[in-house]
Design a protein around this ligand. Structure first.
Ligand code: AMP
Length: 430
């Protein structure tokens, strides 16, 4: 490789990473605000944990025989030779923070949400990136089925608030540790007789982590008569599952039982769920997923604490919204101040800043450009109003105010313009 080629290479975004350009960033903010509204009404409070955590946290939480820990973590060593990694998911960090800050005893809240980037070294493809944003929630200290139902109902309304109305909610119960041992045994028995039909990965999974077989894109669909988790549930887990379902019915959250849904992480117990858009079904299309994890807090060194949570992928939501997007143009907003000639410069600078301080979105043009090219710029920006100030306006003290939507123009006194625009925007926002 030539030096020039090397230089060019370093200037590209890293594989699987993306720049979020302003238009897309605006959409992230819209989804975030829809989510924040839902979290507020369900009384979840925000928690922000570091992007870098010790790699051991995820090994212990997610499980060593999972795809994430085996091959998808971005790990690095700090100067003290400690092995850190870019968090691949949010739950483990929140649980660590919950234990480390003694949150069970220091604050009244037991319901938290987070919004932030996660990192997985996956093979990049549509809907599967190496850096992606998850919006997630964790509900600690409540073992009741109503907590599972609440979390699913929250997620359902959050995705609907974000603009995707037609959803499929898949739920299942994988039971407690005891049920899992029983179920794993029945899986091993079932698949042992079918080794020859398994893909290379699944042959390995059968030894190390048989539950993972059900996540396999190739094999899981072939074995439609594989054992169901619900057949291995103990009485308490079966009762819990039945009550989660009646809780969902009570809140009119539609769901579909999916008896072989197990999820890719080891920490889940009892309820697991995934939400897909109604139109498609495929492993990369899950908009969000989650479940109960009653052993994780204890497993990471805390007091035994039941918990349930979910994570939703921002990019998956936006991709889905893109598919169903109506092409309605965004409404015009803000004021463009158009100076004509250098004499107007000081006046327009002052007006621009006064409007901005008054909370009105405002921009200006270049005094040496023609009225036509400045108008074109104002139009490109999507401004709603244009205030034209040249020599005549400076002399008369009356500015030309043009509504760029209706193309109507009126004169307005320099003393009245700020109030007029401020009133216009405060009415619009109220
Ligand atoms: P998980 O943490 O694997 O249960 O994933 C929860 C949600 O995060 C998924 O339903 C997706 O919406 C999103 N997600 C997971 N991995 C990726 C990825 N590599 N790229 C984009 N979104 C992802």
């Amino acid at each position: 490789m030539t030096n020039e080629a090397k230089h060019q290479e370093t200037l590209q975004v890293a594989r699987g990473m993306h720049d979020i350009l302003p238009e897309r960033a605006d959409r992230h903010v819209e989804i975030e605000s829809a989510a924040r509204k839902a979290f507020d009404v369900f009384r979840y409070r925000e928690i922000r944990t570091p992007v870098l955590e010790s790699a051991a946290l995820f090994q212990r939480a997610i499980g060593v025989a999972t795809d994430i820990v085996e091959k998808e973590m971005f790990t690095l060593k700090d100067r003290g030779d400690r092995v850190l990694c870019l968090r691949p998911e949010g739950t483990a960090g929140v649980v660590r923070a919950y234990i480390e800050n003694n949150l069970a005893h220091t604050i009244a809240e037991s319901k938290f949400f987070y919004i932030g980037p996660m990192f997985r070294a996956e093979r990049p493809q549509k809907g599967r990136y190496r850096e992606f944003v998850q919006i997630g929630a964790e509900f600690f200290g409540n073992a009741r089925p109503s907590a599972d139902a609440e979390v699913i109902a929250l997620l359902f309304s959050l995705i609907q608030n974000a603009g995707i109305r037609e959803l499929q909610v898949f739920i299942n119960s994988i039971g407690c540790r005891e049920c899992r041992v029983k179920y794993t045994q029945s899986l091993v028995e079932y698949f042992s007789g079918k080794k020859a039909e398994l893909c290379e990965n699944c042959t390995r999974r059968l030894e190390k982590n048989p539950l993972r077989l059900l996540d396999c894109k190739w094999d899981a669909v072939k074995f439609t008569d594989a054992p169901k988790t619900i057949d291995a549930l103990c009485a308490a887990c079966a009762e819990h599952y039945a009550r989660v379902k009646s809780g969902l019915n009570a809140m009119s959250v539609p769901f579909i039982e999916q008896p072989r849904l197990v999820r890719g992480l080891d920490y889940y117990t009892r309820t697991v769920f995934e939400i897909y858009p109604s139109s498609t079904m495929g492993s990369q299309d899950a908009l969000a997923a989650g479940g109960r994890y009653d052993n994780l807090v204890e497993q990471l060194g805390g007091a035994p604490t039941p918990a349930v949570g979910f994570a939703m992928g921002m990019e998956r939501i936006l991709n889905q919204l893109d598919l169903s997007a109506s092409s309605a143009p965004a409404g015009r907003r803000g004021v463009f101040i158009l100076p004509l000639g250098d004499a107007a410069f000081e006046t327009t600078q002052k007006l621009l800043h006064t409007l901005r301080l008054a909370g009105v979105q405002a921009e200006t043009g270049m005094p040496d450009q023609s009225i036509k090219s400045q108008m074109r710029f104002a139009d490109k920006l999507g401004s709603e109003f244009c205030v034209i100030i040249g020599d005549n306006e400076l002399k008369s003290g009356e500015y030309a105010l043009k509504n760029l939507e209706t193309q109507k123009q009126q004169g307005i006194s320099k003393d009245a313009i700020v109030q007029f625009l401020q009133d216009h925007y405060s009415q619009k926002s109220s």
